[in-house]
Design a protein around this ligand. Structure first.
Ligand code: IPM
Ligand code: MG
Length: 399
């Protein structure tokens, strides 16, 4: 033992090594399970007589935007609800208070309700931290994505007047998120020694997101898929992700493929001369997280973008923004923009085979956005969630 590393740190290194071994085994087995799953047939979602849609309003501004969104859905799907084609189910026990009280990211009784649903419409959920008086729990989004293996995070961004029509395929279960709560510190607290987090790329995990992106491109007449990584620095994880995407691309010879590093892609998105040339993007988890916030901001703000989390058996649709607790504290939750959650509904409706309803809702949200989107600032004096929902509802009636 060197005299720099005392017996306490030596013990931490020993236990970290053991932990690392267990993580490698767990992730290697997960890779094998993904391969097995890929071999099974797709689910029978389209043949189901009744689709059960779970509704989880979430925290902060969540209940405000969910209430208005649900009212719009009730109107839009009146016939489907009456005929039993669609059933809504309120998910209970999923607020930050209930999660902290249970000491669980997503309490067991919430999971058993979700197991009974086909899809979930989810409002933003606050990520608990030690300062909230509870344990430092994992984010509910991240937990649910892993629990239901929702590997494809699909995030469209459209700005017709700027000729922008982007669809991001963000890998949703791996990268820095796979073991994000399982990092290692040598030393007893921040500032004592060093800390290490882990990033995981599995071959099968990369293959399935690449296939999802290329299939989408093929089915939607897109001509170009851009692979975004930092493979020049993260040589194993991002290097393999890029190689696997390029391998998958060979099965889609009609589609042009290009590779980009994430930093220059962040610049490309604000480069007006070239950005409208991009169509479909495939990215590892963390880059997808960051780049899609940037893209949403270009569209008009994170309050405007919806997000689909798709797995082979279950799917979750959500706003891409957080619960904005400060808006609630400041008494301005009623100024929250419901466009993001409503756009998530557009993706949900398309996913469950109601393409016409999806198109109608998309047009209505666009009408509201054109009318007052720029004034939905979320700041005192801005237009309200109710006003926005009213325009959406009226536009649905008119068309
Ligand atoms: C998102 C969010 C989440 C993420 C947070 C809330 C954990 O930023 O969906 O983009 O990092 O994935
Ligand atoms: Mg994000």
């Amino acid at each position: 033992m060197s005299n720099i590393i005392d017996s306490h740190v030596e013990e931490q290194i020993r236990s970290a090594t053991e932990q690392f071994r267990a993580m490698l085994v767990e992730q290697y087995e997960r890779n094998a399970r993904i391969a097995e799953e890929a071999g099974r047939s797709a689910d029978d979602r389209d043949n189901k007589e009744c689709t059960v849609i779970g509704l989880a309003p979430g925290d902060g501004i969540g209940p405000v935007i969910m209430e208005k969104t649900k009212a719009v859905l009730d109107r839009l799907l009146e016939d489907e609800i009456a005929s039993g084609r669609i059933e809504f189910r309120e998910i209970t026990g999923f607020t930050i208070e209930e999660r902290l009280a249970a000491g669980e990211t997503v309490p067991e009784n919430v999971l058993s309700q979700l197991d009974q649903c086909d899809v979930l419409l989810k409002g933003p959920t606050t990520t608990p931290n030690a300062a909230m008086g509870g344990r430092n729990l994992e984010s509910a989004n991240v937990f649910l994505r892993k629990r239901f293996d929702l590997f494809a995070n699909v995030r469209p961004v459209r700005i017709p007047e700027k000729n922008i029509d982007w669809t991001f395929f963000r890998e949703n279960t791996e990268g820095e998120y796979a073991l994000g709560s399982k990092g290692i510190r040598l030393g007893d607290k921040a500032g004592d020694g060093l800390s290490v987090d882990f990033k995981v790329t599995t071959a099968e995990g990369s293959r399935r997101i690449a296939k999802a992106a290329f299939d989408f491109a093929r089915e939607n007449g897109k001509k170009r898929v851009s692979i975004v990584t930092k493979a020049n620095i993260m040589k194993k994880t991002d290097g393999d992700f890029q190689s696997i995407c390029l391998e998958v691309a060979k099965d889609y010879p009609e589609i042009t493929v290009d590779t980009w590093f994430v930093d220059i892609m962040a610049a490309n998105l604000v480069n007006k001369d070239i950005r409208d040339g991009f169509e479909v993007f495939v990215l590892p988890n963390l880059y997808g997280d960051i780049i899609t916030d940037e893209a949403a901001q270009i569209q008009g703000g994170v309050g405007t973008a919806g997000s689909a989390n798709i797995g082979s058996r279950f799917a979750m649709f959500e706003a891409i923004h957080g619960s904005a607790p400060r808006m609630v504290e400041d008494g301005i939750a009623h100024l929250a923009n419901p466009a993001s959650l409503m756009t998530a509904c557009v993706l949900l409706l398309r996913h469950i085979g109601l393409a016409d309803k999806a198109a109608a809702l998309e047009a209505a949200v666009k009408a509201a956005d054109d009318a007052i989107g720029a004034e939905m600032t979320g700041l005192p004096g801005g237009r309200t969630c109710s006003e926005f929902a009213e325009i959406v509802g009226k536009s649905l009636l008119d068309n």
